[in-house]
Design a protein around this ligand. Structure first.
Ligand code: HEC
Length: 480
């Protein structure tokens, strides 16, 4: 049933060798703080012990040890009360605590043997499993190598940033044990519910993931490693829509506030630099003075490998932050500028998002260390505020491009949305049942307001417990 591909078997056999056939740990085990490693002892075994095989997985041919965050970042006994009370202060503190935990450094270098000046000391989250590892049991990169699977965020269609999803061990195990990587699981479940006349509100996958099942959408801006570049940033404050030529659709390319990313240390901060900004009637050329000069130390900066560059070039990507894929070379930098973070700590799951800012608003957090202090946060642990108005939480890099007929109500806007609302609308199959990722989501989204689960449009579908990514991966298999 589990579709193990050869590329996945290799690390599995390597691990067998490492641990010896009797399962005892050999002397030369990878040097990683074992207290931080995921504890698989209390994870029920699946048909193949894929879970432990995956602890040592690969990225660009480099072995990566999975590292778990400190367990106390999860506070499942407190979250439901905070959400019920709309206790935004505690909720935001909780979000920062999660951020501090998943951004701790692991001491694992990537790329391990690098010509590049910069070399990432991998953060905890960066040792987690990719989409392909989680849902397709394979790596998608050139020459059987692994790489970072950078692509245009599939839920948006914007072209300024690259992203991918990452999943914790507990999430992968949950997917694995329930065969949620396989479309037939959802087809069978749905048919069963129809046969049994299951009430609409109960048409949801039954398996509940552990509190620490965590999903991420890291998002990157790409720069040359040796040339200064003007980089737009979300002006705010917070999620207020300012500093854009198009307030109705404030996507990155419309932003009017810039920092100068200067890897040379020689650019003049007092000069005006030419930039292209997207206005309502097309591209406008402006001369702009940067609000600040920044460099790689202000970011979690990942040097691209040749296989990353090849992957990006093969990805139907036209420009990323003004650069064409052909202009990219190994050692150019992917700068982390945003991240969605979701945990399964309570029934509705927790939703928080972080975006980079030169002037962070809330950076004095006890467990968060630079450069991760350079972020702002928004949270969605509830749909509406106490007065019944929508509680807005989106990521300026990710949701503003979402608009039009992808929503059930085409006048909704991604820049006026709530994570929880849109994700609680996730159900298999999508309304048009298309297997084509480019169109399968049409008419599927909702931006704001409460979703009870009993809505009539869930009638002949099965809710995927708020997972859009999981249902897209399954529906792409196209058996319908
Ligand atoms: C309008 C709909 C919509 C909104 C609003 C939205 N998302 Fe998503 N999100 C999606 C879709 C669709 C995907 C799956 C696309 C993919 O695989 O990248 C996704 C993917 C994700 C993922 C990767 C895990 C997964 O489902 O595969 C995370 C984590 C996530 N979103 C968190 C958030 C957070 C946090 C917010 C609010 C700040 C948010 N999302 C707002 C539609 C939305």
């Amino acid at each position: 049933m589990i579709r193990l591909k050869p590329s996945v078997l290799a690390p599995f056999f390597m691990l067998m060798m490492l641990y010896g056939c009797d399962g005892n740990v050999a002397e030369d085990k990878p040097s990683v703080d074992s207290a931080n490693m995921v504890n698989t002892a209390n994870v029920a075994p699946s048909s193949i012990d894929y879970t432990s095989a995956m602890q040592l997985h690969q990225m660009a041919g480099v072995e990566i040890n999975y590292v778990a965050p400190p367990p106390d970042i999860y506070q499942p006994t407190k979250v439901p009360e905070w959400a019920k009370e709309r206790d935004l202060k505690s909720i935001r503190e909780h979000a920062w605590r999660i951020w501090g935990g998943i951004t701790e450094r692991t001491g694992q270098a990537y790329p391990a043997k690098s010509e590049c000046v910069a070399q990432a000391d991998l953060a905890v989250w960066d040792t987690w499993y990719s989409e392909a590892e989680t849902f397709q049991r394979e790596t998608k990169c050139e020459d059987g190598q692994a790489c970072r699977e950078f692509h245009i965020p599939r839920q948006t269609g914007g072209t300024e940033v690259l992203s991918f999803n990452k999943y914790s061990q507990e999430f992968l195990t949950w997917v694995d044990q329930n065969a949620f990587y396989d479309e037939s699981t959802f087809i069978e479940m749905n048919e069963e519910m129809t046969k049994n006349n299951t009430p609409t509100k109960d048409r949801i996958i039954g398996a509940i993931p552990p509190d620490s099942a965590t999903m991420l959408k890291p998002t990157f801006w790409v720069v040359k490693s040796d040339e200064p570049a003007m980089m737009p940033y979300w002006e705010g404050p917070h999620l207020d829509i300012n500093g854009t030529l198009n307030p109705d659709r404030p996507v990155v390319s419309t932003w009017t506030s810039f920092v100068l990313f200067d890897p040379t240390g020689e650019a003049d901060p007092n000069k005006k630099y030419p930039v292209e900004i997207l206005g309502p009637n097309g591209i406008e050329k402006h001369m702009v003075k940067p609000k600040k000069v920044v460099n790689a130390a202000d970011f979690y900066a990942v040097p691209l490998t040749q296989s990353d560059v090849d992957y990006i070039k093969n990805g139907n990507i036209f420009t990323i932050g003004g650069l064409a894929p052909d202009q990219l070379a190994p050692c150019d930098l992917a700068l982390l500028v945003g991240m969605h973070v979701t945990t399964a700590e309570f029934d509705n799951w927790t939703w928080q998002t972080f975006w980079w800012s030169p002037f962070p608003e809330d950076s004095n957090q006890p467990t968060v260390k630079p450069p991760f202090t350079h972020f702002n946060v928004a949270t969605a642990y509830y749909f509406d505020d106490a007065a019944g108005n929508p509680h807005i939480a989106f990521n300026p890099y990710l949701e503003p491009p979402i608009e039009g007929p992808i929503f059930m109500n085409p006048s909704d806007h991604g820049s006026h949305s709530n994570c929880m609302t849109c994700h609680h609308a996730a159900a298999y199959p999508t309304p048009n049942r298309s297997a084509n990722p480019g169109e399968m989501l049409q008419g599927a989204y909702k931006a704001t307001g409460e979703i009870t689960g009993a809505e009539q449009w869930f009638g002949d579908r099965v809710k995927t417990r708020f997972m859009w990514g999981m249902l897209m991966e399954a529906q792409m298999q196209g058996k319908r």
